[in-house]
Design a protein around this ligand. Sequence first.
Ligand code: PRP
Length: 262
Amino acid sequence: MTSTVAAPRRRPAEIIEQSQPSAANGQTKQSLLFALPKGRLAQDSLSFLEQSGLSIPTDTESRKLILPAADGSIGFVMAKPRDVPTYVEHGAADLGICGLDVVRETDRAVYEPLLLPFGHCRLSVAGPAGAAGVTPAESVEAADLALKPASSAHMPGTPLRYMSQPRIATEYPRLTRRFFAERGVNAEIIALGGSVELGPILGLADLIVDVVQTGTTLRMNGLVEIRTILESQAVLVVNRASYQLKAAEINRIIKRMRLLTT
Ligand code: PRP
């Protein structure tokens, strides 16, 4: 993890203007920018912020990527989930919400002051139920064998590459490589941008490492969960410099959120 502490960047005048009520209204000027993940965490994030007593944007269906809160107190950046820690690390946003899985994978230098009570899922190793003699009931045992050093195990009927150098399709190459390396397995990582379940189906990979929430996607594609790599949920991330420079505003937000997490 890099130790660089990036100060909040200067922001375009238009954005600042949109996220700041005019002094003529008698309100305090604010300059907080909050990065929110588009996609499956978006609605839960907005609901959580609202329950925390924060003003949220009125038109959340808008295609605009930067939305002011209804009361103009905060600006919201709607970002790709994976980019949220990047914006926050570099100070393009002061704080953000994203999955712990994304924070660990991207390994950005951000503060993580609070786990949030939604977005629960896990990052797991999964593989074909029937392939290479592995049935759902046997899959854990098969995985145990596969995760031992190549020389120590050989399962009849299992392709050698599965034992010695499994090919793993994933959107999480860093965490996947580390997980297998720690177990002495020299995995070949095949980085994909999504729908990694296709990997084993199309013969591109032996296993996948992917997010499992309900398990439906695995089941629908004939895959079984083998090992959990990481338990994940939503997390608040904060830019290190903002945490010092805007301590009062940010701590007020954290305090409100904490009331909902205990
Ligand atoms: C995620 C993940 C799985 C699915 C798991 O995909 O990659 O495919 O959700 O959810 P489930 O266990 O509830 O079925 P997402 O829809 O976020 O899209 P992606 O495949 O592009 O990552």
